[in-house]
Design a protein around this ligand. Structure first.
Ligand code: FES
Length: 144
């Protein structure tokens, strides 16, 4: 069996939603302290708290690129509350799996989205439960 699924290869070769949103409602950036890879997510959110646009920049491995590409597709057009529920497991499943030693790359996507939503909440004075936003650095260290 191939190490990477066709979906992973597809999203790695043709990543969706790459780029920057200049007037983003929320921006999130997370890094994995171990591999040094960085992921940045931009969200454009309307008054109904629907994600109208999402873009990403990833300076990282192929699995991180495929994960961010898939994650942006999964939250596009969705309410913010739903994007917050997106787990790295859901991203991995949507990609038809990742090798075990690459699972942490999909965690980066989950955390970058959470961090962007938190930034959006902060920008707009919207209250939230801090429990929804565990410290990404701490989480990433637990992966290793
Ligand atoms: Fe660092 Fe994949 S190896 S995110």
């Amino acid at each position: 069996m191939a190490l990477y699924s066709e979906k992973v290869m597809d999203h790695f070769r043709n990543p969706r939603n790459v780029g920057v949103i200049e007037d983003a409602s929320g921006v999130g950036e997370v890094g994995n302290p171990v591999c040094g890879d960085i992921m940045k997510i931009y969200l454009k959110i309307n008054d109904e708290q629907i994600i109208e646009d999402v873009k990403f920049e990833t300076f990282g491995c192929g699995s991180a690129i495929a994960s961010s590409s898939m994650a942006t597709e999964l939250i596009m057009g969705k309410p913010v509350s739903e994007a917050l529920q997106l787990t790295n497991k859901a991203v991995t499943e949507a990609l038809d799996g990742l090798p075990a030693h690459k699972l942490h790359c999909s965690v980066l996507a989950e955390e970058a989205i959470k961090s962007a939503v938190k930034n959006y909440y902060d920008n707009n004075g919207i209250e939230y439960d801090p429990k929804d936003f565990p410290d990404p650095e701490v989480e990433a260290c637990h992966m290793h």
